[in-house]
Write a protein that binds this ligand. Structure first.
Ligand code: SAH
Length: 222
């Protein structure tokens, strides 16, 4: 247990001090939501990457997590969570693309109940054990194709998609609650843009935001 506590609290480049510096950098980058910043301050990011990369876990970079996938840089993770939260208390939320589980861990701090879907089974297994290690029990991880969302748990107050597709997956639109917000990278080929979709009583409103770079959303499971 002492070992685990030491691993979480970290030393040097993985310490709480390094994490607090990351949060200060995020403020400088325009992240304002204190609830998101506090989650970023409390979740140890180095737990989610290979030990060999742990010293870079708090840098302003994306890092490889195996299977050709990456953990997004802290700024984009914070930006997406801030956009989806929009100052509200979140009930049930959905993440597509669990990856290493870092964003799911943050989501679990700002929402009541998290569903997260990943198509690569070994990544999901790693994410599960990281979340368990951190004592996070309000996140349910599913091995499935995220294009289909998570129908049995819908509707969701917020949806975050961590892989880019050419268009907004239809199933996800249907699983967004009225008043809900979805954030996703859009763009099949080269250029991608972050897109915010709001569902209102009247329908859907889309806003195109920052230029971004995500791994592609694939189909089927692996
Ligand atoms: N949120 C993650 C980022 C992971 S990168 C993190 O914090 O680490 C994006 C992830 O989306 C990859 O793990 C990839 O396997 C997954 N992905 C791509 N297409 C998918 C699909 N159709 N369904 C589910 N997951 C998908």
């Amino acid at each position: 247990m002492a070992d685990l506590t030491a691993r979480h609290s970290g030393i040097g480049m993985t310490s709480q001090r390094t994490r607090s510096r990351m949060v200060e950098r995020l403020r400088g980058q325009g992240i304002r939501d204190e609830v998101v910043l506090s989650a970023m301050n409390s979740v140890p990011r180095h737990i989610f990457v290979d030990e060999a990369l742990a010293s870079r876990a708090y840098d302003d970079v994306s890092l490889p997590i195996g299977f050709g996938q990456t953990i997004s840089n802290p700024q984009i993770v914070a930006r997406m969570l801030e956009l989806v939260r929009s100052g509200r208390d979140l009930g049930k939320v959905l993440e597509i693309g669990t990856g290493c589980g870092y964003q799911a861990a943050l989501f679990s701090k700002i929402a009541r109940e998290v569903y997260s879907v990943e198509r690569i089974a070994p990544l999901l297994a790693k994410a599960r054990s990281a979340l368990r290690e951190l004592g996070i029990y309000n996140a349910r991880l599913r091995h499935a194709d995220g294009n289909l969302g998570c129908r049995d748990a819908a509707p969701f107050d917020g949806i975050v998609v961590a892989a880019a597709s050419g268009e907004v997956p239809k199933a996800l639109l249907g699983q967004l609650a009225i008043g809900g917000r979805m954030v996703l990278p859009l763009g099949g080929g080269g250029d991608q843009q972050l897109c915010l979709v709001e569902r209102t009583e009247q329908g859907y409103v889309e806003h195109l935001l920052d230029k971004v770079k995500f791994v592609p959303m694939l189909t089927g499971i692996n």
